[in-house]
Design a protein around this ligand. Structure first.
Ligand SMILES: Nc1ncnc2c1ncn2[C@@H]1O[C@H](COP(=O)(O)OP(=O)(O)OP(=O)(O)O)[C@@H](O)[C@H]1O
Length: 244
């Protein structure tokens, strides 16, 4: 489980995340949506332990910056950053050794095949296209079979085959009890997958719904998104991100 309590992040005077609290249960896919500048990437980077913040984040009960937590979560950043001088295969070997992944060669083969990178294994990180870098980033995050996965705009730049595979991978992660938090603008693409929707606006969670609540209320994810972001929603401020 991912548990976020009172997460607050300021960039100097800019309050980018304002007291966020939510959970992503085991076997649940939570989608984090919101307009540009709402604070989604900042939240994901804080949860991944890449930024300093106030509040607490735990991964399966472990503080997010602990070694125990880092063993348990995978992170797919918005902008992939492969190592220029390692090949695709060497990236996976590096991850396998760092995380002590058993039987990693077979698991790597499956991931590479699913994301159509099997013929790119000898290419260097610096020689990959943006989409290939993104696919490699997904393979690296999923190879250790994490218990929680953070995906920051993972669909941008992927071809239709990879989008379909990633969607199926999210469903498989959920089926094996993983907590998945995915930030995206492509609401249509995650329509089949999400269990919990978190709509961010002005650095806050402006609305949180489970799929069941939405289905009961007859509301779609898009309707909720526009009702919040076009000013007809709940508890909103007027600026896109407010200063402290
Ligand atoms: N390194 C930084 N230094 C200062 N301000 C930053 C930094 N990174 C982000 N911000 C600001 O924090 C706010 C939230 O940005 P963030 O990238 O988290 O939004 P987002 O919801 O992910 O947006 P997008 O959908 O455009 O990716 C914005 O006002 C942004 O300008």
């Amino acid at each position: 489980m991912l548990e976020i309590q009172h997460l607050t992040k300021k960039y100097r005077k800019l309050l980018a995340n304002d007291d966020l609290s939510f959970r992503v249960q085991d076997g649940e896919v939570a989608v984090l949506a919101g307009p540009n500048g709402a604070g989604k990437s900042t939240a994901i980077k804080c949860i991944a332990g890449l930024l300093r913040f106030q509040g607490s984040v735990t991964v399966c009960g472990h503080p997010n910056k602990s070694v125990e937590a880092k063993r348990l979560f995978g992170y797919i950043p918005e902008i992939p950053a492969p190592m220029e001088s390692l090949t695709v295969r060497e990236h996976l070997e590096f991850i396998a050794r760092a995380y002590r992944v058993e039987d990693w060669q077979k698991k790597a083969d499956v991931l590479l095949e699913r994301l159509e990178l099997e013929d790119k294994q000898k290419k260097l990180g610096g020689e990959l296209s943006k989409g290939m870098q993104q696919k490699l980033s997904i393979c690296c995050a999923l190879l250790p079979e994490p218990k929680a996965v953070l995906l920051d705009e993972p669909l941008v730049g992927l071809d239709p085959h990879a989008i379909k595979e990633l969607r199926e991978m999210m469903e498989e992660l959920r089926a094996r009890g993983c907590s998945v938090l995915v930030s995206t603008h492509m609401l249509d693409t995650v329509r089949q997958v999400w269990d919990r929707a978190l709509i961010m606006m002005n650095g806050k969670i402006a609305a949180e719904r489970t799929r069941r609540e939405m289905e009961t209320g007859g509301e779609s994810l898009e309707q909720l998104f526009f009702s919040i972001t076009e000013g007809k929603g709940e508890e909103l401020g007027s600026d896109s991100v407010h200063s402290a």
